[in-house]
Write a protein that binds this ligand. Structure first.
Ligand code: 16G
Length: 262
């Protein structure tokens, strides 16, 4: 489709929309290489500056990623995580047809700091279990999770499984009869600290989503307080909102498919 030089829409925006339409329609699928600045300029009879501006906006919007010396590629779709359901990381990965693994960075019992004690409704110094894991989907790091649990509710937890392979929620349920039924969550965006960027295999300029979550059991007792750092380039969070008096229908994820992560 040719660009329209007389249109009130600037050429770089027309070109960006044209490329975006190709991405949306699948004619440029995830992982496909986009034409270079020079190729775009020749094909569409625009200046290289115009082509560059179009490519810059696509990159800025997260539709494409640049690989040094290799070119610009269509981004993989992000993982849509539903916010309505209280699920575990393993369940989320299974829903997407991905394999869960974890790298355990810390697994220990220690006295609760004032902050953690407050969040778990405990006295400072009470024993808690700390489990820090890099959570991976199909071997790609997705999140860095630091869980703090009330040790009295799950004594000997760390001896109950190899947490590089097993699900924490499964162990809580099957070994301790603890079912988590409610969670309070706060999500914020920020840039990662270098330790977090290293663990997730991203650079320090890739935004992350910081999630703080307290999870409660059927008796209303706080079971865990978790700080999770999710990769902003791989995740999006979705929620259904309803007006007063309406019930939320289950979320239909039309884009649901097995994710292929490069
Ligand atoms: C999720 C939870 C986390 C929980 C973990 C258990 C969020 C933000 N966090 O990642 O609180 O500890 O699942 O996962 O959703 P697991 O049962 O697979 O070990």
């Amino acid at each position: 489709m040719p660009l329209l030089p007389d249109s009130s829409v600037p050429l770089y925006l027309q070109l960006k929309e044209l490329l975006e339409a190709a991405i949306d329609s699948g004619s440029l699928p995830p992982g496909a290489r986009l034409p270079s600045e020079r190729e775009l300029a020749e094909t569409y009879q625009v200046s290289r500056m115009t082509a560059r501006q179009a490519l810059q906006i696509l990159a800025h919007d997260g539709r494409t990623v640049s690989r040094v010396g290799k070119g610009t590629f269509v981004s993989e779709p992000k993982i849509p995580q539903e916010l309505q359901a209280l699920t575990s990381f393993s369940e989320e990965m299974a829903r997407l047809g991905m394999k869960t693994t974890s790298r355990v960075l810390t697994a220990e019992v220690r006295p609760a700091s004032d902050d953690i004690a407050r969040r778990l409704h405990l006295l400072p110094g009470t024993e808690i279990v700390v489990l820090v894991r890099v959570r991976c989907g199909d071997d790609l790091p997705m999140a860095l999770e630091s869980a703090h649990l009330n040790h009295a509710l799950c004594p000997g937890l760390l001896g109950r499984g190899d947490f590089s392979r097993v699900s924490l929620y499964d162990v809580l349920r099957h070994s301790y009869g603890l079912s988590v039924v409610r969670a309070e969550q706060i999500i914020e965006t920020r840039l990662p600290q270098s330790r977090e960027a290293d663990a997730l295999g991203i650079d320090r300029l890739t935004p992350v989503m910081n999630i703080e979550r307290t999870t409660f059991d059927v008796l209303g007792r706080p079971v865990e307080f978790v700080r999770s750092v999710y990769r902003g380039d791989k995740y999006q969070f979705r929620t259904v909102l309803t007006a007063a008096g309406w019930t939320a229908a289950p979320v239909k994820d039309t884009r649901h498919r097995k994710h292929r992560i490069p």
